[in-house]
Design a protein around this ligand. Sequence first.
Ligand SMILES: [Zn+2]
Length: 148
Amino acid sequence: MSIIPNDKLDKHECPLAVIRCIDWRFRNSDQEFVEKVLGFADFDLFSWPGAAKEVLKNNGFKTSFIEKIMSVSRNLHNAKKLLLLWHWDCGGYGGSKAFTTADEEEKTYRRDIQTVKDMLAKELPEDQEIIMAYSKKVPQGLEYTIVE
Ligand SMILES: [Zn+2]
């Protein structure tokens, strides 16, 4: 048996829900970005291959995702913010090798995050704030950009 201390079990609310890719290489950095850069210690975490890219297909994933954001993150945990977090070299896109240039890769991510945001914003309540960000590989590690 193992016991891991946890001081959050009696809390019921968090301000933010995050959807990120399942890619394990980015998990610790993503967590650090959300906690230390964005300043959210508590957040619901949705993780799916390609983050929320699947929403672009306008299929059952989108319907389920919106339903869970509403029923769990928003109505149960009172999370009024949603972060869409993409990452460089994402297997959901075939990795960086699927792009001719780094510029093309970045433009594709930025376009898709924006489209997903617009699609979700149409169906979520007006006061649901949607934040967009992505991480890019640099020699020192990962550079996170918040899309304005
Ligand atoms: Zn990925």
